[in-house]
Design a protein around this ligand. Structure first.
Ligand code: TPP
Ligand code: MG
Length: 588
């Protein structure tokens, strides 16, 4: 099994230990050498989130091993996040002997499920449980290929403890993994690509909506080329906590993410690249406020919509991750990179033929450049003058953190401070921002940051986590993994001492039901006692600064933590007091 992991290029197995995979555990520790390394985690949710962050930082999968039944149940939330986020990973499970005559009393019986993969089948791409050692190689090779082919996602392979512990027969034949090429990307339909090119070139008000484009740096570059060739505005939608990747350079003159309505209203052609919530991205909001009745009626746009979406090839009917059905003039099941590389030459050839196009493009470019410049200037001014009733405003935190880290080759592993990072930071490359959890399951940030920092442990990249307090408190034990393996990450706690998102919901409900707004914090605040997050980090062996609530003290605290991360190559926390959304400013 370990030979296969080596041949498949799996460098790490993250795990919390369990007797059901003690055979595999021993082989990784004593046989693999440093070809496959074990990463100890204090909770299965951390192991899987770590593999999630690692895959987003490198584009490569690693493995997470989870104990039978109970370990898989703890892992399930994080597997669901990876599923929604289309992130590849090999989840290795184990089971007490399926041969019941070999089971130990009690424990092997309560830890053996029929069939264990069912527990996560609705949100893994594939699961398997090979019934013999001879069946293992095929299972692992197929699993690795399925996980890494688009749309990517987690797979689960359950390894019987008896199979793990039996001696390998002398004449055992494994597979030569090098003979099994992974699938190459599927090509888009040439006719549909050609049609899209003609529509784009002929359009008066074309728009590109981009999501998951940044899973490939090449795709991002091709999108920049396309946008520049036609002066196309690109909307990489602002989302409060479900941004998936960096899809377009934040300060590019054609980036209109901050004002999508200005380009979508009256648009005649919309190309949506792997946009999972197309309806919402086109401006529909099903529930504008609590008590809203849902949206019926016609589509949000009269534009021709080209939906380029490979994600639709694998959907689950368990949760509706395909989201609302939206009309499309063309549906193209291809990845953005394959689609854009086929589209660009077609666009260039039609551009050369179309008369009067040059003037139209220059006029459009001028108009869009003015709009994007106004947006950037407005945000900067707003952040500089931001004040809050208590704590440091998130916009100001984004600004000061940018100034403190701008010199470094940054990787933002998690968090975006209500989009303020994207408004204020110059982010050009896909690998500078790794996005959120995908499934909005709390407990993601610290584990994913460990994964990203593991990926960059031996480079000079600066891994940053903007870590909300509530999410951190689901999986604080990840701080120990960070300290133990000296994973260099700057963890900036966005500590509003509460579940702010839930506070906002409470306020909305209170308004509709005419309840006292002051009670919006009940059941949502994390106070009385407030948690000393810096002290908590120190108890795990992580350097910590703070708490910081005065903006004047923020930069020195960040600089001190940065010295630890960059000079000592180990993690550091800065506990920053931010505020809950002030009363009366919660949006409907
Ligand atoms: C596992 C899980 N439980 C509950 C929720 C509901 N929920 C969504 S956001 C949120 C608040 C998160 O608090 P924090 O991470 O501190 O971020 P903040 O909203 O304060 O910025 C909660 C409780 C969830 N998404 N996932
Ligand atoms: Mg919070």
């Amino acid at each position: 099994m370990v030979d296969l992991l080596i041949d498949l290029g799996i460098p790490y197995v993250a795990c919390n230990p369990g007797a059901s995979f003690r055979g595999l555990h021993d082989s990784v520790v004593n046989y693999a050498g440093d070809r496959v390394q074990l990463i100890e985690c204090l909770h299965e949710e951390i192991s899987v989130a770590l593999a999630h962050g690692y895959a987003k930082a490198t584009g490569q999968q690693m493995a997470a091993a989870v104990h039978d039944v109970v370990g898989l149940q703890h892992a399930s939330m994080a597997i669901y996040n990876a599923w929604c986020d289309q992130v590849p990973m090999l989840v290795l499970g184990a089971t007490g002997p399926m041969d019941s005559t070999l089971r130990r009393p009690w424990i092997d019986w309560v830890h053996t499920a029929l069939v264990q993969g069912e527990q996560v089948r609705d949100y893994t791409k594939w699961d398997d449980q090979p019934a013999s050692l001879a069946a293992v190689p095929e299972s692992l090779v197929r699993g690795a290929h399925i996980a890494t082919s688009a749309p990517r996602g987690p797979v689960y392979v359950c390894l019987d403890s008896v199979i793990q512990e039996q001696p390998v027969p002398e004449d055992f034949q494994t597979l030569d993994v090098s003979r099994f090429a992974p699938p190459c990307p599927a090509a888009p339909d040439p006719g549909a690509v050609d049609e899209t090119a003609r529509w784009l070139v002929g359009a008066e008000r074309p728009v590109v909506l981009a999501d998951l484009v940044g899973r490939s740096q090449r795709a991002l570059e091709l999108l920049v080329e396309l946008a520049e060739a036609l002066a196309l505005p690109v909307v990489d939608r602002e989302r409060s906590y479900n941004k998936a990747s960096l899809n377009f350079p934040t300060q590019h003159a054609l980036n209109l993410s901050g004002d999508p309505a200005s380009v979508l209203d009256g648009a005649d052609v919309v190309v949506a690249l792997e946009v999972r919530d197309l309806t919402a991205s086109l401006g529909w909001s099903a529930r504008p406020a609590y008590g809203g009745r849902g949206r019926t009626g016609g589509p949000a746009t009269t534009a021709r919509v080209v939906h380029v979406n490979v994600g639709s090839l694998v959907t689950s009917s368990w949760t509706a991750d395909a989201q609302r059905l939206h009309p499309a003039a063309l549906q193209i099941p291809a990845e953005p990179e394959a689609f854009l590389s086929a589209l660009l030459p077609r666009v260039r050839s039609y551009t050369a033929e179309e008369s009067g196009l040059k003037e139209r493009i220059s006029e459009r470019r001028r108009r869009l450049e003015n709009s994007s410049r106004r947006l950037l200037d407005g945000w900067r001014a707003e952040a500089k003058s931001a004040v809050e009733q208590e704590g440091i405003p998130r916009s100001l935190l984004a600004l000061i953190l940018d100034e403190a880290t701008r010199h470094a080759d940054r990787v933002l592993a998690n968090g975006s401070l209500d989009n303020w990072v994207h408004r204020l930071w110059r982010l050009d490359r896909a690998d500078q921002y790794l996005g959120d959890s995908g499934g909005a399951g709390l407990g993601y940030g610290l584990g994913a940051t460990c994964g990203a920092a593991l990926a960059h442990r031996d480079s000079n990249r600066l891994v940053i986590d903007i870590q909300s307090d509530g999410d951190a408190l689901f999986t604080p034990g990840a701080l120990w993994t960070a300290a133990h393996y000296r994973l260099p990450a700057l963890i900036v706690m966005d500590n509003n001492r509460g579940f702010n998102n839930s506070v906002e919901h409470a306020e909305r409900v209170a308004r509709v039901r005419d309840r006292p707004i002051e009670k919006r914090d009940v059941g949502c605040a994390i106070e009385d006692p407030a948690i000393d997050l810096a002290g908590m980090a120190r108890s795990f062996g992580v350097h910590a600064e703070g708490p910081v609530s005065d903006p004047a003290e923020l930069r020195p605290a960040l600089d001190a933590a940065l010295r630890v991360v960059q000079e000592e190559r180990r993690p550091a926390v800065v506990d920053v007091m931010t505020g809950l959304t002030p009363v009366n400013t919660v949006q409907g």
